[in-house]
Design a protein around this ligand. Structure first.
Ligand code: AMP
Ligand code: ZN
Length: 144
């Protein structure tokens, strides 16, 4: 539990929420300022700031809850699809530093953009730069 964290306060019940799902590790509730009807947030109960702060097991639990809820959220508001995403860190627009995944219902012709629209100007990268970035990621990750 982190002091002054709105989402920790939702977990401990001191701030109300429209909770739609809970289990021992995760909680999901409606976003208070929805970008679309049914906009839902999924959080780990424990406070971590960023997705990469979660261990693999807890990250898996958060993804399981997102996976579990996509269909019920979409059908509750008769959506045609959904954008499922994390703002990971302040540079990416994360305003609440308790990691949370968004399920944002989407509707044909809703005027919103795809994930491709979230970044600034796309960079122009040489083949050698792409190779070097790929190599750097491969060399630094923990997985097999
Ligand atoms: P982000 O920009 O990814 O940090 O998103 C934070 C989200 O939390 C925003 O979509 C807010 O509308 C939402 N939010 C803020 N306070 C509350 C609250 N008390 N209950 C539910 N959602 C909230
Ligand atoms: Zn928190």
């Amino acid at each position: 539990m982190a002091a002054d964290c709105i989402f920790c306060s939702i977990v401990d019940g001191s701030i109300p929420s429209r909770t739609v799902y809970e289990d021992s590790e995760t909680l999901a509730f409606l976003d208070a300022n929805p970008l679309a009807p049914g906009h839902t947030l999924v959080i780990p109960r424990e406070h971590y700031a960023r997705l990469d702060d979660l261990d693999a097991s807890l990250a898996g639990s958060v993804l399981e809850t997102l996976h579990e809820l996509v269909e019920p959220v979409e059908s509750a508001v008769e959506a045609d699809g959904s954008t499922v995403a994390f703002n990971n860190g302040p540079a990416a627009g994360q305003e609440i530093d308790h990691v949370h995944g968004h399920i944002i219902p989407r509707f044909d012709g809703d005027g919103g953009g795809p994930i491709h629209a979230v970044a600034g100007s796309p960079p122009e990268l040489e083949e050698s730069e792409l190779d070097s970035i790929a190599e750097s990621i491969t060399d630094s990750h923990d997985g097999e």
